[in-house]
Design a protein around this ligand. Sequence first.
Ligand SMILES: [Zn+2]
Length: 210
Amino acid sequence: MRKHPAQRIYIPGPWRRLWDRLRGHEVLVIEFSEPLPILVVRHPRTRRGAEAAESLRTAWVQLLTVMEPDPREVYADVLSALPPMVMVRFEERNAGGVLGHACPHGLESDATKRLQSETGLPVGEVDLAYRQIAEWQPRPLASLASGAEATDSGELRYRVALLTVLFHELEHLAFPDREERQVRLRSDAFYEAALEAGVRAVGSRYGLDH
Ligand SMILES: [Zn+2]
């Protein structure tokens, strides 16, 4: 599904070992193709944490290539302005009750700063609260589909929600001065359109049986 050959970014090996020092967390590196940044997903060392990271990986490398609307087109301006690598700090819940947060430049966590110095690449940072995202249902799929479809679509909705919140935060990261209202308008429209398209095409096309 790659439109362009992947432009490989060389990542020196030693930085991967840094994770051995991060107690209680594991890391999943998701590399895809330009214009997408490399995602370094740091998640709690729990079954739910690993499952959430895996859902994001599936959404990023599979769902994203077949989605309507294509997030690479919807968010083309964001993707072209992002650093080549983004640290996604996954936590079950966020103390502030928000679904996600984009870390202002210069205020990144120590882990992100180390990653930046060890790779020599600019690295952005966002937080995502995966349990809160799972519970977040601004427009329940049930209102868009029959009951049977809605049941089958639970994992799809979750993956679409993960992508929606991630792209929302990536927009804040790329354009810190952009107003919340503007960022929210785009992510709400994206979420709704993606769910509606998903309801029509739910199943094999989205690889839900994998
Ligand atoms: Zn926001």
